[in-house]
Design a protein around this ligand. Structure first.
Ligand code: SAM
Length: 289
């Protein structure tokens, strides 16, 4: 058994902790996986690392040794006590007892940039799986000054996030991730790397935030609304999905607009590249204005 496994068991016993399933608590106990996350996120002394859900602090400890500063955001009060006991002597450690989905990350980052000698801000986390999508959407859509996001999430979701738009296994979120970031897989992780073991296989991915978007579109928010509506009824053709959701006035208008941007009448959402969605958006704006 690894020393991290022993350490985790010891801390759980000492503080009488039982993993809280409702909070997605699966603690990492695999040294190699931890090394891959630390190396994969490329953390160094110029970085402010924001760790979401530090739990018992297994990753936190390694981050504190390498990063300029580590801010942990953890919802569970029981973990806060443990983390304070373990790390309050580290000068670069800060912890907030908050829900990540309610945290004002923009102002947090701004404050840290003003006071510290931080160059880059990176997110590193073994995420609580029950809120993976809202967390990723928040991190991307709030357009924070982030360099990268390195996260462990369930494999099935990871594969969808890092798919190429227009190819297999995509969803509306694939387009959001592609628009804001260049993504890559770092490592697949078996459920034996955690206690308790989750029911699913996991994967570590890294999203490098783009400095410039990969496409031009006149109204980004409207494009994402169109993509969401098109994927909401993914078995339907785009004409039907966008007519049902009232983006097109009627089917005829839809068919004509698709023709104008060189798309087949029976095309489905997952067949479109992000460039094609951008063109379609610009055309729709043109027609309805
Ligand atoms: N980082 C630890 C590790 O790798 O062993 C724990 C990861 S565990 C998968 C997810 C952590 O996220 C838990 O500590 C849980 O309490 C915390 N968490 C759950 N919901 C949260 C929320 N809304 N905001 C912040 N943290 C949350």
């Amino acid at each position: 058994m690894s020393s991290i496994f022993e350490e985790t068991k010891f801390i759980m016993k000492k503080y009488n902790i039982k993993a809280n399933k409702n909070l997605g608590q699966n603690f990492l106990i695999d040294e190699n996986v931890i090394n891959s996350i630390i190396d994969g996120s490329d953390v160094n002394e110029n970085d402010l690392i924001i760790e979401i859900g530090p739990g018992l602090g297994t990753l936190t400890k390694r981050l504190l040794e390498r990063a300029g500063k580590v801010i942990c955001i953890e919802l569970d009060k029981n973990m806060i006590n443990i983390l304070n006991d373990r790390f309050s002597l580290y000068e670069n450690f800060k912890i907030l007892n908050q829900d990540i989905l309610k945290t004002n990350l923009k102002s947090l980052i701004q404050q840290e940039k003003e006071v510290g000698k931080i160059k880059y801000v990176k997110i590193v986390a073994n995420l609580p799986y029950y809120i993976t999508t809202p967390i990723i959407m928040k991190l991307l859509e709030e357009q924070l000054e982030l360099e990268s996001i390195t996260v462990m999430i369930q494999k099935e979701v990871a594969d969808r996030l890092i798919a190429i738009p227009g190819e297999k296994n995509t969803g509306a979120i694939t387009y959001t991730v592609y628009y804001y970031a260049e993504s890559k897989k770092i490592l697949e992780v078996p459920n034996t790397a955690f206690i308790p073991e989750p029911e699913v296989t996991s994967e570590v991915i890294r999203l490098d935030i783009r400095k410039v978007p990969p496409i031009d579109v006149s109204n980004r928010d409207f494009m994402f609304k169109i993509i969401k509506n098109a994927f909401m009824q993914r078995r339907k053709t785009i004409v039907n999905a966008l007519t049902n959701t009232k983006i097109f006035k009627d089917k005829n208008q839809g068919i004509n607009i698709l023709k104008d941007v060189n798309l087949k009448e029976n095309v489905r959402a997952e067949e479109l590249s992000i460039e094609e969605f951008a063109k379609l958006t610009d055309k729709i704006i043109n027609v309805i204005n």
